[in-house]
Design a protein around this ligand. Structure first.
Ligand code: NDP
Length: 328
C-alpha cells in the first residue's frame, strides 16, 4: 500500500476545521486508495480543543487515517507536508481597520510561508481558505522563495459552487448539467461570477437565462453576498460548505478537471487577461496530473471586463497595503 500523504490543516479547532477533518479522514480529499496523516496546527489556547477533535477522529476508526498530530509551532506542523490547508486566520472584529486586519494576518501567514519553505515536501500544494484569502496566500508565497510560486493558491471554489447552484435553480436544471463556470478576481464582494462562458447543456448560460436584469441585479450579488445571507439565517458563518469547497479544490487539483470543463482557483497570475503578474487572482483553470493551467483565449466583453478590472483593482490595493506594511 501507498505511504500516507501528510495533510497539514491550520485553524483545526475552528468551525471549518471541524467539518473538514472528517472528510479528509474518510478519503474524500485524496481518494479511496490514499492513506492520510493529519498534522493539525492551532494557536496555543486552541490546542486543547484540537485534541478533542483528534479524539473524535480516532473514534471514527477511519481506515485511511494513519494518525493525527497536533502542533502549535508552524515549523513542526508543515514538516513533510504534501498538502497544506490554511484555514486559521484573524477575523475582522468590530472597529478593526483594514490595515490592522492585514497586519494581524501577516503575523500568521508570514511564519507559515517560512515554515512551508523550510520543511514542506517537494510536491507541496497550498490552499488558503482564511480571509482575506488571496492576499494571505500572497503573503505566505512571498516568504517561501524556494517553493514554486504556483503551488500557492486561494479558494474561490465555494463561490464557484454557489454560482453553479444559483444558476441551476434559476433554470430548473441539475447542477451536473452546468459546465465552465468561472469566478474571476478576489474572494470578496467584488468577485465576478461569469455566465458568458459557462454552459448549460451545451448552451452559453447567459443566453439560456436571457435575463440581463437577473444576471446583473440578482445573480451576481446573490453569489457575492451568500456568506452574509448564511450568517443571517444560521447565526454563524458557513462552515460545512466552505469545507466541502476546500475538499473540491484539492481533489480537482490532484485528480484533474473533466474533459470539456474547468474550475475556478485563485492562483498567481502570469499576466493572463490583463491581471498583473504575481497577484493571486481567481481564473478559470484546467487541471491534470497534479498541475493546473489558466484557460486561455476567452473573449471578454465590456460587461465582464469592467467587473474583472474592479475586483483586480481591489487585489492591487490589498497588495499595495501589505507591501507598505513590509509583509511581502
Ligand atoms: P472558521 O473555521 O469559521 O473560519 C476560518 C477562516 O476561514 C476565516 O478566516 C474565515 O473568514 C475563512 N472563510 C473563508 N471562506 C469562508 C466561508 N465561505 N465561510 C466561512 N468562513 C470562511 O473560523 P473559526 O473562528 O471557527 O476558527 C478559526 C480557528 O483558527 C480557531 O480555532 C483559531 O484558534 C484558529 N487560528 C489558528 C491559527 C494558526 O493555526 N496559526 C491562526 C489564527 C487562527 P471570515 O472570518 O472572513 O469568515
Amino acid at each position: 500500500t501507498q505511504a500516507p500523504v501528510n495533510v497539514t490543516v491550520t485553524g483545526a479547532a475552528g468551525q471549518i476545521g471541524y467539518a473538514l477533518l472528517f472528510r479528509i479522514a474518510s478519503g474524500q480529499l485524496l481518494g479511496p486508495d490514499t492513506p492520510v496523516k493529519l498534522r493539525l496546527l492551532e494557536i496555543p489556547q486552541a490546542v486543547k480543543a484540537a485534541e478533542g477533535t483528534a479524539m473524535e477522529l480516532e473514534d471514527g476508526a477511519f481506515p485511511l487515517l494513519a494518525g493525527t498530530d497536533i502542533f502549535d509551532d508552524p515549523k513542526q506542523a508543515f514538516e513533510g507536508a504534501n498538502v497544506a490547508l490554511l484555514v486559521g486566520a484573524r477575523p475582522r472584529t468590530k472597529g478593526m481597520e483594514r490595515g490592522d486586519l492585514l497586519e494581524a494576518n501577516g503575523g500568521i501567514f508570514k511564519p507559515q510561508g517560512e515554515a512551508i519553505n523550510a520543511g514542506a515536501a517537494d510536491d507541496i500544494k497550498v490552499l488558503v481558505v482564511g480571509n482575506p484569502a488571496n492576499t494571505n496566500a500572497l503573503i505566505a508565497r512571498s516568504h517561501a522563495p524556494d517553493v514554486p510560486a504556483e503551488r500557492f493558491t486561494a479558494m474561490t471554489r465555494l463561490d464557484h459552487n454557489r454560482a453553479i447552484a444559483q444558476l441551476a435553480r434559476k433554470l430548473g436544471v441539475a447542477v451536473s448539467e452546468i459546465r465552465k463556470m468561472t469566478i474571476w478576481g478576489n474572494h470578496s464582494a467584488t468577485q465576478y461570477p461569469d455566465l458568458f462562458h459557462a454552459e448549460v447543456g451545451g448552451r452559453i448560460a447567459a443566453e439560456a437565462v436571457n435575463d440581463e436584469a437577473w444576471l446583473a441585479n440578482e445573480f451576481i450579488p446573490t453569489v457575492a453576498k451568500r456568506g452574509a445571507a448564511i450568517i443571517e439565517a444560521r447565526g454563524a458563518s458557513s462552515a460545512a460548505s466552505a469545507a466541502s469547497a476546500a475538499i473540491d479544490h484539492i481533489h480537482t487539483w490532484v485528480n484533474g478537471t473533466p474533459e470539456g470543463d474547468w474550475t475556478s482557483m485563485a492562483v498567481p497570475s502570469d499576466g493572463s487577461y490583463g491581471v498583473p503578474e504575481g497577484l493571486i487572482s481567481s481564473f478559470p483553470v484546467t487541471t491534470r496530473d497534479g498541475a493546473y493551467q489558466i484557460v486561455q483565449g476567452l473573449q471578454i466583453d465590456d460587461f465582464s471586463r469592467a467587473r474583472i478590472d474592479a475586483s483586480v483593482a481591489e487585489l492591487v490595493e490589498e497588495r499595495d497595503a501589505v507591501t507598505k506594511l513590509g509583509l511581502v
